[in-house]
Design a protein around this ligand. Sequence first.
Ligand code: SF4
Length: 227
Amino acid sequence: MSSELPGCAKCPYEPTTRICQQKDGKSPPFCPTVTKTHIIEKALEEVMKPENLEFARQASIQEGEGYADKELGYAQTRPLKPRIVEIIEFAKKMNYKKLGLVFCMGLRKEAKVVENLLSINGFDVVSGLCKMGRTPKEMIGVRDEQKIKIGCFESMCNPIAQAFVLNDENTEFNIMMGLCVGHDSLFLKYSEAPCTVFAVKDRLLGHNPLAAIYNIDSYYRSLKVAK
Ligand code: SF4
């Protein structure tokens, strides 16, 4: 048993040669496929439970349907669908009728478009903005200089309220759009329905946080120096 922390992100091997992709594949000392077999078996038992099995099966089918030209071989497969299409298709596969949509004030225009796309595909949509309830930030100990609009009233984001409103309406599947770091965590903690993320917030990078990662060796090289 390795004493190293599981570290798939550091795996040195080509994807197709890894033990998680083929039976006699390679594995580093920190490989959970080798060191965590008991946990992976336990996870599989959980996947096989009726409440998870169909969800997992349809998610994998959706994944496979995300590629074109599969008959030409793996090297020639192409991505086929944007995420919004995948979400709509997956929700239909699961026979969901009532969807939740939680979003940030900063993405209200985009949320209106998404709500419309979901509605025209036949779903009932319950939507909730982060600022619902108009609770002042002072309520949770935020000082005036820590607000965005210093010297003014400012509503706090209340992701638990967003979750409670959707829970109260018995939404079957919740879609998240641009919740702040940490607010998204609280929403996930309190949402009763399974969730998917349509978009994550990145105020600077147009909600594409990977842009900083793609440019790590150029414009974002300073990130490699510990702050
Ligand atoms: S499971 Fe093992 S072989 Fe697969 S990526 Fe993780 S460390 Fe690498």
